[in-house]
Design a protein around this ligand. Structure first.
Ligand code: IMP
Ligand code: MG
Length: 443
């Protein structure tokens, strides 16, 4: 069967930890979208691993696959693999031949366009990894795919069209100078040798075929989303989004497994017990209105370690946003929830959630489709009883019933509102610091 792990909010919900927690029975862990814009932190044997591209299951000896829906920066990929090897882990990573390649010029284009957009406050606050420009080339039918790296003649043909195309845009549209990132001969040489390494290490696969064969063989497959539902290019807060589909539909198109296969499995929504956002765009429940709110935000940021894994940027912080989560529950068809960072809330002097929105006197239960109207939404807050910090390791050992009553009330409210059972609750960063109620691969 498959278990799909999806971020229910704006990324950084702790998906890596949940993949790790539920992933034991999995033989294969697959990423289906995004690239090295993601940041997954996994704690393994007391050692912390920060990964941006390698699927986090690969550090536990599972086959890690980058599906066709991903954009792959081979420099990052090999750096991460080499670093892991130095740490004594030899990950088995396969890359879809249909996946698109992030080339050196994509990062430059990412920066140029963000800069140009900033005059109109339209920049997404991207991670600068070239994600958007690579997906643009994919959809524009001028991209380079991983399979092209294995055939130098095809690679040359592709580059001979696309490099002058981008040079012209930089020079003629933006009036900027192109650097070495646009040097066709240098790119060709580097990426031919990358293709040679991919071939020598037997890393490329026809992902759909590969995964289907595993599935027919009875292997368990975990599908690992990056970013989150409200960063989805279709279902997110456009244009302040990433350029792929983190939602569960992306798990089909981004791997080559059909919707009936993915739909027979479980789809787990990962929810952080509050909200954070690392890029630009509105945030109705953001804690920023006055000094008191800013102090709360600062406290959550410190307790929760809310700094970008990839960029180090401090994350914006807010209360849990129920309309956002109702939207995510529908768009993904969650069968279960994993709620992370519950321990962080225990330190707070007050606790609220955005239960609904008020938009021009109308009460909304879910997000409006335009970001402009979303920005005008005022969160209708509900207060919850707080609870004191407890020995979270003991609670993790004893199980759900050992949680403070007020924490259970908070979780029940969430589960009832989303009409979805809670499978796990994270009360600390380590794998043991989780309460598991349902294991999706077993039950
Ligand atoms: P991009 O994916 O680098 O193009 O960035 C687009 C938007 O998605 C920006 O607001 C980023 O901050 C956000 N974003 C991308 N990846 C992540 C992630 O892994 N966690 C949180 N936000 C992300
Ligand atoms: Mg992250």
């Amino acid at each position: 069967m498959t278990v799909t792990i999806v971020g229910a909010q704006l990324g950084d919900e702790g998906k890596g930890g949940i993949v790790d927690l539920f992933g034991d029975p999995a033989d294969v862990v697959v990423r289906y979208q995004g690239g090295d814009n993601a940041g997954h932190t996994v704690v393994h044997d007391g050692e912390e691993y920060k990964l941006s591209l390698v699927p986090s299951g690969a550090i536990r000896g599972k086959i890690g696959v980058l599906g066709n829906g991903c954009v792959v920066n081979p420099r990052t990929l090999f750096d991460e693999i080499d670093d892991l090897r130095e740490q004594g882990i030899d990950p088995d990573v396969r890359v879809a031949e249909r996946a698109h390649v992030i080339l050196p010029y994509h990062r430059v284009l990412d920066g140029i366009e963000e800069e140009a957009k900033s005059d109109d406050d339209l920049e997404a606050g991207t991670t600068g990894r070239g994600i958007g420009p690579t997906y643009e080339d994919k959809v524009g039918r001028r991209g380079v795919r991983v399979g092209d790296l294995l055939d130098p003649d095809v690679l040359r043909d592709r580059l001979e069209y696309v490099v002058p195309h981008h040079r012209a845009i930089v020079e003629d549209v933006y009036g900027a100078e192109v650097g070495e990132e646009f040097d066709l001969a240098a790119i060709y040489e580097e990426f031919v040798s990358i293709g040679e390494r991919l071939a020598a290490e037997d890393m490329t696969v026809n992902a759909g075929e590969f995964l289907d064969a595993k599935r027919r063989n009875g292997d368990q497959i975990m599908l690992e989303g990056a970013q989150g539902t409200s960063l989805d290019i279709d279902h997110g807060t456009y244009p302040y989004v990433t350029s792929s589909n983190p939602t569960a539909g992306g798990a089909c198109v981004g791997t080559g497994l059909g919707p009936t296969v993915v739909g027979q499995g479980e789809v787990i929504g990962v929810v952080k017990a509050y909200l954070s956002r690392v890029g630009t765009g509105p945030l109705p429940t953001e804690l920023q209105d006055d000094a008191e709110e800013e102090a709360l935000a600062e406290q959550i940021r410190e307790e929760g370690g809310e700094y970008g894994t990839v960029t180090g940027r401090p994350r914006r912080v807010g209360w849990l946003d129920l309309p956002m989560l109702r939207h995510a529950t529908r768009a993904n068809g969650f069968t279960g929830l994993a709620v992370n960072h519950l321990d962080v809330l225990a330190t707070l002097p007050e606790l609220k959630v955005g239960h609904a929105y008020d938009l021009d006197g109308e009460e909304l239960q879910t997000m409006p489709p335009t970001t402009e109207r979303w920005a005008q939404c005022e969160a209708k807050l509900r207060s919850f009883e707080t609870w004191d910090p407890v020995d979270w390791n003991a609670v993790a050992d004893e199980g759900y019933e050992a949680l403070p009553e007020a924490a259970k009330a908070y979780l029940s409210y969430l589960s009832d509102e989303l009409d979805t059972p809670i499978y796990a609750v994270g009360v600390g960063p380590g794998r043991d610091q989780s309460i598991v109620r349902v294991r999706p691969f077993d039950d």
